[in-house]
Design a protein. Structure first.
Length: 156
């Protein structure tokens, strides 16, 4: 998947300046670099929860103990948990540089500007992050638009 690194860098500069009363995308933060451990700890908890769910899904005895149906699986949540774990690691390294992001695309732009340009992160990582973000957002947008596409929740 080709990625336009120059566009990401340009968008970083734009998003850094774009802020409204209720929303920011990227901002310089004097305290954010102290949150690196916070984001990493949250990421590790996400990984633990994801592994726990996988263990439950793959073990019939655990399902029985939890009174779940034998064929119970919910892999979408495992994928979501792992996606957010990856996002929190990204936010941690961005925080280490003294920045904060409040948007998935802004995080991608920050990774490009703060790390790829300086050869501190391989472009392939950004490509994989972008692909994961797009897949996540497609799933989220599909779910979010489901009620409107079907005439609203609970309507025939």
């Amino acid at each position: 998947m080709a990625i336009d690194i120059n566009k990401l860098i340009k968008d970083f500069d734009y998003l850094l300046q774009k802020e409204t009363e209720n929303k920011f995308f990227i901002r310089k933060s004097l305290v954010e670099n102290s949150k690196e451990e916070y984001y990493l700890n949250k990421s590790f908890k996400d990984l633990t929860l994801g592994r726990t769910l996988i263990t439950i899904f793959e073990d019939k005895n655990k399902k029985k103990l939890l009174e779940l149906e034998e064929d119970f699986e919910y892999w979408e949540w495992v994928a979501t948990i792992y996606y957010y774990s990856m996002l929190k690691v990204a936010k941690a390294i961005i925080a280490k540089k003294g920045y904060q992001t409040d948007d998935h695309y802004a995080t991608l732009c920050a990774l490009a500007k703060l790390f790829v340009v300086k050869n501190e992160l391989d472009l392939k990582v950004i490509e994989l992050f972008k692909e994961a973000t797009e897949l996540f957002e497609q799933k989220y947008i599909l779910l979010r638009n489901y009620p409107a596409a079907c005439g609203g929740w609970g309507q025939n």
